[in-house]
Design a protein around this ligand. Structure first.
Ligand code: DX5
Ligand code: ZN
Length: 229
């Protein structure tokens, strides 16, 4: 039984997905950094869209996403940190987003927003700020493809990981199992080789990593290391 448990655990570790956050890429060499991700062991592109209203920072918008889509050969995971995301759902589908994640805190009619994302042909995700409890998702968890637990306050790359995240991952895992949902758990913010294993052990499926990948000496090797942990 112990051997079986260990095998299961190792498979789980092997299967975790790595999503480099393009926010930390070199925008003057964007195509080079996109090709690096294409040719690495990364699974997804994580694309952070910030409007300067929902978060105190502006990242980039549609023309840049269009340029990324042109070169990216892997799943495009778009994280919207914007107010009133409903206005742009169709646009993001047209720009090549495969997964569209909106913030719980930005959606008055979250159920409707989730259905609209799916109707536009994308997978639907919801992100939770560090102060937002998992329990708010109880009535939509069955409809979701992804929950993004923010492990920093959204708006900036390079912040420190908030330790309370582990508890939330475990709570979300429990909710997903209880509701027999196929939803994946994504962790976003401050992910490094120091917390990756513990996050996967708590139930995380997808690890977003920005600074840890792009500010490292060899981003391709850093991605491979995270994947292999
Ligand atoms: C933060 C963004 C993150 C960010 C992660 O608001 O949603 O995706 O790029 O960057 P690191 O890994 O540097 O914390
Ligand atoms: Zn993000």
């Amino acid at each position: 039984m112990i051997i079986f448990a260990e095998t299961k655990h190792n498979n789980k570790q092997m299967n975790k997905l790595i999503a480099p956050s393009i926010l930390a890429a070199d925008f003057a060499n964007l195509q080079r950094d996109i090709e690096m991700v294409n040719n690495s062991e990364a699974d997804w592109f994580h694309i952070d869209i910030m409007d300067g209203v929902f978060v105190p920072n502006i990242s980039f918008g549609m023309p840049v996403l269009k340029a990324i889509s042109k070169h990216a050969t892997k799943t495009i995971d778009v994280h919207l940190m914007i107010v009133d995301p409903d206005r742009y759902i169709k646009t993001f589908a047209e720009l090549g987003a495969n997964i569209l994640t909106v913030h719980y805190e930005a959606c008055t009619h979250l159920h409707r927003t989730i259905q609209a994302i799916k109707a536009a042909g994308m997978k639907a995700g919801v992100a939770l700020n560090p102060h937002t409890p998992i329990a708010v998702l109880e009535d939509v968890i069955a409809d979701l493809d992804l929950v993004c637990i923010m492990s920093v306050n959204p708006g900036f790359g390079g912040q420190s990981f908030i330790e309370n995240t582990y508890k939330k991952v475990a709570q979300l895992k429990h909710l997903i199992e209880f509701s027999e949902s196929n939803c994946q758990i994504e962790i976003d913010g401050g992910v490094t080789d120091q917390n990756a294993n513990a996050l996967v052990e708590a139930g995380a499926d997808v690890l977003v990593a920005g600074s840890f990948v792009f500010k490292s000496e060899n981003p391709t090797a850093t991605i491979a290391n995270l994947k292999a942990l």
